[in-house]
Design a protein around this ligand. Structure first.
Ligand code: CA
Length: 227
């Protein structure tokens, strides 16, 4: 989950970055619209947090350009201008939601979660991490263009990891969400390790860049970058 924050007030921007990183998001900061554009064109983001009052290109201008280039990127605008006209202008220009400054951080987090969830729902039927692609309709997996055969459980496990990529997924999350195991009296740790090892043999062993990493004592993370 990569979030880009475009905000010229550096203290505010830093506080947002720290707060969001604490929640497990990875965050890039841009203090100007130009820097923001540069980052948007060089990296994939899952959400844009955009301040409306910026020097040079203001937020509305940025928003309009973003909308012509990246239709699916959820945009949450932050505005100090609390007038109906400004809010309408922001939403008309393609923002998905807005928050009036000053706002409570938990409220920002809640709005972000809603946008990300919505984004995932309308997301295509493909999940991707580096050169690995999962087709959810055909139930097929490819890495570097080569098809990899998975068992049903391996597929479900990998789908879950792909949906949470770049986030640490705990053993508990996998037990509850993939194995639907709520009974704590039946530990599935061994089963989990067997599946992870098999998955790793299929998706990572033949390739140079490893995607599935173990986070000792916590769980796992699927990411192009080693944790
Ligand atoms: Ca500002």
């Amino acid at each position: 989950m990569n979030i880009l924050v475009i905000e010229d007030e550096q203290k505010v921007a830093q506080a947002l970055k720290e707060g969001l990183e604490h929640e497990g998001y990875s965050v890039d900061l841009a203090y100007t619209g130009e820097d923001g554009f540069f980052l948007l064109n060089s990296k994939q983001y899952t959400l844009l947090l955009l301040d409306l009052m910026l020097p040079g290109h203001d937020g509305i201008e940025i928003l309009k350009t973003v909308r012509t280039q990246k239709l699916d990127l959820p945009v949450l605008i932050l505005t100090a201008r609390d007038t109906v006209e400004d809010r309408v202008l922001g939403l008309d220009s393609g923002a998905d939601d807005y928050l009036v400054k000053p706002f409570a951080f938990p409220e920002l987090l809640a709005r972000i979660r809603v946008l990300l969830r919505r984004g995932r729902e309308k997301e295509s039927t493909q999940l991707q991490c580096a050169d690995m692609e999962m087709d959810l309709i055909k139930r097929k997996l490819k890495r570097d263009g080569k098809e990899i055969t998975l068992t049903l459980r391996e597929f479900e496990l990998l789908e879950y990891l792909l949906r949470h990529q770049d986030q640490i997924v705990s053993r508990e999350m996998l037990a509850t969400d993939v194995w639907k195991e709520t009974n704590r009296a039946t530990p599935i740790d061994n089963l989990l390790d067997v599946h992870i090892a098999r998955l790793r043999r299929k998706i990572d062993d033949p390739f140079e860049v490893k995607l599935l990493h173990t986070v000792r004592g916590v769980g796992f993370i699927l990411s192009e970058e080693a944790p």
